[in-house]
Design a protein around this ligand. Sequence first.
Ligand code: PEP
Ligand code: MG
Length: 608
Amino acid sequence: MSLFQKFFTKPKSIQLSVTSNNGFHLRPVAQFVSLAKTFSCQITATFKDKTVDAKGVNTLLSLSLEKGDSFTITLRGKKSEEALSKLHLLFESLMANEKKVKKVKKELYSYEGNAIEGEIISEGIAIAPTYHYSAKEIQNESRLSFQEALHKSLDELETLYSRNQKNDNATIYLAQKELLTSLGEKSQTLTKFEQLIKKESALLLGTKLDSKSSDYKDLLQRVKRHLGIEIKVTFPSIPFILFANDLLPSEIDNLTQTQVVGVVLKDTSLYSHTAILLRDTGMPALIADITPLTEKADIILDTYSGVAICKPTPKDLQKATHRLQKNKKQKTMAPKKRFENANTREGKNIKVFANIADINSAKTAKNEGAEGIGLLRSEFLFKEEKPTLELQTKAYKEIFSLFDDITVRTLDIGGDKELPYIKLPKENNPFLGIRGARLFKTHPEIISEQLHAIFIASQNKSIKIMFPMISSVKEFNDAKEFAYTVAKKHQIDISQLQFGMMIEVPSVLFLIEDFNEVVDFYSIGTNDLTQYLFAIERTHPTLKTDALSPVIFDAIKMVVKKATKPVSICGELAANKDAIPKLLELDMETLSVSPKSIAQTKEEIRNV
Ligand code: PEP
Ligand code: MG
């Protein structure tokens, strides 16, 4: 871009407001910068009297933007309009999706030994001797230059980021990569780099970003490792509770390979990357100062109550051991009890069914303790080529022989699901176009053959047939009539079959009374229902909905209240442990979940 373009085209600017409780901190800043850098226009950010480059993590972080602050981004040059709208969109979604780290409520405790109280990173119980962290720097040989080590470190962080894409915490690596890029640009040698890190860390002291100094140390250590300077840490070979001033985010992975059963850190915060990654491991972790404790003595780490008990009495140990065993039992019992009924504490029986896609997942579901099939996603049965009637019939027969209660959904193609042998028109909004039951009109031969196969396979069996993406009563009636015409054409008696529908289009919520007259059952598909309620595509790369939004539970409540036919739920929400108690409270009696979630879902129900 020429200097003329950069400075003489009219700048575009917009004011952005920080609404997240955590402020505009390292991870969202890194995502913002990473997008900003894809544009060649100049992008600056101004807050109060300070204007900085918005393509640098450090510069942007130096504005220390907290919740409630508004700042302006100004863009000059090529494609600044497009950049502005994309950055605006990203910023809004970063603010909206920022998860607040919940402060865990401490349970009351009654130990006799000395209790050191702290802040809970993650809950659990551990009983073991403490081990105080110590590390030694070892110089090995290395032929790499500082610049090469820097590049290798950046590559490593990029790999970690892309490998962990599915994980919420992948952005930690992106943040570290952006941080390293901006620090690296300013340092030519390791000494300069080390000095810069010291200086930047000192600037963070006492600020909200204090805990990010462990990211700086982590980066230094990563680069040093490529220069042959290794940090050697030894851990005991028996179970231990680790005590350290702080740990580096990159050390958490290694730590999980040791005998560690709990962690106490002195100088971190609930929001540090170290704490986030520790929380992911599931082990009990606390922020507290237990420096005075002598090593090797057994302590109790009870992070339900947020305490470390030093010099526990035999009674304390007995109490903690009992709690520990109960926890372990719960974890190991779930798979063992997978074939047992799932009854709530009050004795109400809840059916746990499976969502399956083919014969293999049907067999897995059987093995995992499914009591029936709540959703057979038939679109995944034949993914490559158009199947013959015989092949389809065989597949359905095989699956139908495994369970008594089976719901098979007619092809739900369109939106995010495609099949190479079903051609759909190119549409601007495929999620709002030819999808699900709308195929009855556009592809009648395919649906007709599918229904024919299902009818042959279900003779003498009361299979439930479900239509996807129903948005009006007429659509349902037309689909059912279509099915009856197919049966009549092939002279098959289908009087034993039931016909129902997915509830995944919001219009249906207001039509339940009318649907009651024509359907035999309902199944709530929260995956699509959520996307259509919030108008956020379920596959959208940045926009995310809140899976536990009260809106979704209100929608379910509406259905359950008005429905006079059985209602089950087959969206992902059915296996969400935070949703299960609410779903049961709303009187849901059948949850259909993925085969691997059956045992755990049953166990969650037993605890309600
Ligand atoms: C749903 O939408 O919740 C559902 C179960 O169907 P699918 O995920 O197959 O669209
Ligand atoms: Mg759906």
